[in-house]
Design a protein around this ligand. Sequence first.
Ligand SMILES: Nc1ncnc2c1ncn2[C@@H]1O[C@H](COP(=O)(O)OP(=O)(O)OP(=O)(O)O)[C@@H](O)[C@H]1O
Length: 898
Amino acid sequence: MLVAQGRLDVEGALTARDRVGIQDFVLLDETTEVAVISNLKKRFSKDLIYTYIGTLIVSVNPYKDLDIYSKKQMDVYMGVNFFELPPHIYALADNAYHTMLTEFNNHFILISGESGAGKTEASKKILQYYAVSCPSTTLMNTVRDKMLMSNPVLEAFGNAKTLKNDNSSRFGKYMDIQFDSQGDAVGGHILNYLLEKSRVVHQNHGERNFHVFYQLVEGGSDDLLTQLGLERDVQHYYYLTQGECAIVSSINDKNDWKSVKNALQVIEFDETNTNHLFRVVASVLHLGNVHFDPDSKGHALLKNNTELNWVSDLLGVDANSLKEGLTFRKIEAKTEQVLSPFTIDHAIYVRDALAKAIYGQTFTWLVNRINESMENKLCTKNTEIFALFVVSFEQFCINYCNEKLQQLFIQLTLKAEQEEYEAEGIEWEPVQFFNNKIICDLVEEKHRGIISILDEECLRPGDATDLTFLERLEEKMGNHPHFLVCQSKNTIVRECFSAVDTTNKRRPETVATQFKNSLQKLTEMLMAKEAWYIRCLKSNESKQPGQFDEALIRHQVKYLGLMEHLRVRRAGFAYRRKYEDFLKRYKPLCPATWPHWRGIPADGVELLVQHLGYLPDEYKMGRTKIFIRHPRTLYATEDAYEKCKHDLGDASKRNFHFMSSATKIETCWRGAQARKEKEKRAWAVKVIKKFIKAYINRGEAKSTDNSEYLAFVRQSYLNRLKNNLPKTVLDKTTWLTPPAVLTEASEILRKLHYRLMVRKYVRGIPPQKKAQLQMKVVTSAIFKGKKESYPPSIAQPFLDTRIRISVSNLSDGIIVIHITCEDPKQKGDLIIQCDHLYEFLTKLSIIANKQDAIKVVQGSIKLEIQSGKESAVDFTTGQEAMVYKAKNGHLMVVSKNK
Ligand SMILES: Nc1ncnc2c1ncn2[C@@H]1O[C@H](COP(=O)(O)OP(=O)(O)OP(=O)(O)O)[C@@H](O)[C@H]1O
């Protein structure tokens, strides 16, 4: 028994591997289907129905009550690490809950498997576990009571006996529980998918309609049956007897009726609502007994009015309208409406369609009511949602849904693996797995293909024209005034149908499309949550305890993709453990680590595995964990550990005295360690408290309460600032917003930083550019705001060559100022004569700070008299000083001989 095994860690479980099989498939040395099934069988034979694949649980239906769900057992699993105890659904529930609380994220548990495999039971066990383990408040008690207590109602209306399961859920459901940040449940919600409505009007041999019909007929009081016009005989009703097993020994409808009535009270159904609900159920039974005879033309005529009158009475709708609706089709021509009589087949079809619609809508209404009663009524915001998802009935599960969920699983698992590798700094090794996205695409893309098979209406017997007929019928029924039960006096029926837009002529979404869309939405929703998985397997078809049908199990192992799961989990490394944990267990195997390793755990592990002779390819050292590739490496280590323990035991007998004193020393040492640890904790608590107090007072002036905190704030701001400084002088926006205490300092720092950047910038300017800028500064001082042509001139650089000055070496007082200009019409160089040439030019060059700008030439100075037109001034000496234009067109300047 699981409890008897007590606390086992995963390594401990290895030692028991031959007796009870492997607890985690990941540790199977051989990952073949045969090995997996044999392991399941070995465990099943010892009533060990749960086995892990990593954090996924495989559960095999035992078909008998096991003593593993007691309160005591729940206590054992509370707050315990996943791998510390033998596999159990409680371990998963507990870990999901605690991870949610510590990581503040949303989780879901996906329970899948074929009909009768134990999904509903598993979900109930999880709810029961939360009911016991979560902190208790009055509100939470109400929520969980309602979640648990609503179950009989949901099962009565949504479950039925099938060949595979006496209590098979015939709808897909998704339940979620909302928790607040303290872990208290504050609300809940149930979402239902696709009730198998066709069951209301048709059951295969050996199967029944939904339980509630039988429960009402068997368990309802005489008074109630009279009010509803029902007989206490299930065989009397066409809708209850097609499977020829209305009464079965394994189901006690009478008793179940009592729990349903009780549950209705818990979920706050008042008498009126309850009464209306039973009236709807009864109306469906009466509707099933409405039969038709052909008239002379083969058109449908009601056999008698008794049943129809009951339907009309129970639903509160007009009997004539109902009759007309069941036997005629209304055709709208341009100007008039024509009533076209139905054939018998059509009339039966419409009768059944109405029964399905009434029941289906009522089921949805019921789920909504349950949801309302579980709504989070606290205004405090709930922070976390824990979702529990049960994929139910077979049709829903097979094909597309399974493929889609499998795809989701692989995606999420690979993602989780990849994230762990990344966090541990281990290189990701690509995993080969079959990506079934291709199947999902095929199903999703080809609307008319696979997906339409899921349309329950298409599953009806009949040829393809039935579908066309149905569509037309649905369109037409939409505006048939006599059909719309939305006039009903039964509040439930009225509420259910009032939402239907009676004027909308658009074709309604087919069931397959609704299914696809809901699955799509669900997938999106689930992708945003952390996943936990339970895979349920059916041990045998005959629902017998102790029978393990290998062929059936093999089929499910395939169908649930368990081998794929295993492969993905085993991708790369089968086993990983924190260095501390690994060392703690195996340290006796290496003299360097035994009895104590005082260094860094990773170093100890490295020494240990080298001592054990691990080959480099067999393991990898992550940041906090060791990763071991093959289970056999771990087994060898474990075997060595067992032997070592044994040897140590022998040695201890021989050296009793020595050991006992060693033990004393060890005890003292442990005591000292524990005291140290305690002191450390006390110190940590003090620091944390101080920190919190300081945080609260962070806005206050500096005091003993907050000085350390403020220093911390200052340091961390400065550290962050250091890495986020603006990089260019023009960047005026990048500057970290300072905490209140650093506003002033931050402003000073900001100015200093900009000044520093400006200085750096200026230093980096080349001399030529600098000279230019200096000149521009002078220009600005002279002209800015005074000359209108100044602004456009700013961007134009000054050229060194634009102005040059030449004089001759003689004493003629002539100065030639060369001015480059681009405009050909402009006058060219300037010639001036000046008495105080030396003074003028010296002052000019001082002002310009450019002594080399004046060139003294001998003989002749070239002139540009207009752009591109050249001439010259020739200099010479003579008796008299004179200036004239020479024959060659040059200007001749004669200075007097000295
Ligand atoms: N853990 C369990 N311990 C004992 N019996 C179980 C367990 N799980 C399932 N069973 C038995 O198997 C039956 C079918 O299980 P359950 O109704 O949970 O199947 P299911 O997977 O929800 O089926 P469906 O999809 O048809 O609703 C239960 O009524 C119960 O008798």
